[in-house]
Write a protein that binds this ligand. Sequence first.
Ligand SMILES: [Zn+2]
Length: 246
Amino acid sequence: METTEKVLILKTGKFKENDLWVRFLSASRGVQTAFAFGGSRSRKRFGGCLEPFSMVLFKIESNKTGAYQVLKEGSLMKSYPGIRTDIRKMGLAANCLKFIESAGTEKESSRRVYDLLSATLDAIEESEPDDFFPLFFRAKVAFEQGYNPDFTICSLCGKPLFSSRPVVFDVEKGGIICSDCDSGRRGNTVSSGTIRTLAWIQDTGPANWMSLNIPYEIRQECFAVMDRFMAYHMGLVWEGSSYRKI
Ligand SMILES: [Zn+2]
């Protein structure tokens, strides 16, 4: 069966002299791997399509038993020259691609995650995000995959979290607890600035995150608490230079 799909390339590698495997995020099916036979030679079928930081329309065929997929041809819809020529931007974008590759996607959320990654690459291409940008991206992926705490009300008493007092992020239950309900034994106290930042990420997209002017301590706190949250719910931990599924 042959299908046509819009994808973002995550990673490619050689497995024979002229043959490549390609891992990509499909808007309709999430993270997939397929073979491009003759891929490193055929400019006619794959010109410029088989590198990370590319948006491509692929013709994809399953083999007879459905055990693997073969890329028949591709047309490049968009490359990201600003990312490819700037080592810092490339590092930020690669971090986001790696995260998607490790996290995978649920079928229901693949369209939303695809749109998010596409908007993220546009934002990195067109502006100068700081080093915390991939963290905001990772948090947003978690939210899009349904790990989506309500940062506006206390998960125990239901009162709005308007106060500027610190609150408790119950990582395991994925809820926020106000200072009135906190018995003082739950730990994971976070500032109201962190909760407001995470609520903002939840409600907006990558194009808006450039204008965020967040104090360093709050960024650090967002980073620490979201990493714990993602390790617990998505089973992902950051190790040196990549994510590992635990
Ligand atoms: Zn409460």
